[in-house]
Design a protein around this ligand. Structure first.
Ligand SMILES: [Zn+2]
Length: 136
């Protein structure tokens, strides 16, 4: 894995962990911080450049930073997202971000490229000192 692309950003969202006996069971918000790390054995073209000079477009890794009305997670009520529902823990959100990011990365791959060498590692901070990591 000679290349590792990293990108960090934040998004602000509200959530409630339904059924949680404590403060997390009440509606509240976080400034979530995300670190995306995507490793690759080789370089590829992207949707914006035809030469094989990228692991992926940085903008593909930053999709969640966008407003919820244009497909991101910023200013979302996370419990409204169909794949999350009542279970909006950092663990579930990190796995969700991983799955949705890999769908976007794979959609950008050239014809015949299965992206088998690509590995994504997601770190999600719910607060400045509490984070969850997810990778496959
Ligand atoms: Zn919370």
């Amino acid at each position: 894995m000679p290349w590792k692309l990293s990108s960090e950003f934040t998004f602000d969202s509200a959530h409630v962990i339904t059924g949680y006996d404590g403060p997390c069971g009440r509606l509240h918000g976080h400034t979530y911080r995300v670190r995306m790390e995507l490793t690759s054995d080789r370089l590829r073209p992207s949707a914006h450049v035809k030469r094989a000079i990228m692991v992926a477009d940085f903008k593909t890794l930053k999709w969640a930073k966008k407003d919820v009305d244009v497909g991101g997670l910023d200013h979302a009520y996370l419990n409204d997202l169909p794949d999350l529902g009542d279970d909006t823990t950092a663990e579930v959100i990190a796995a969700y971000i991983h799955r949705k990011t890999m769908e976007r990365v794979r959609a950008d791959l050239p014809e015949g490229d299965d992206g088998a060498d690509l590995r994504l590692h997601v770190t999600l901070w719910e607060t400045p000192d509490s984070s969850c990591e997810y990778w496959e």
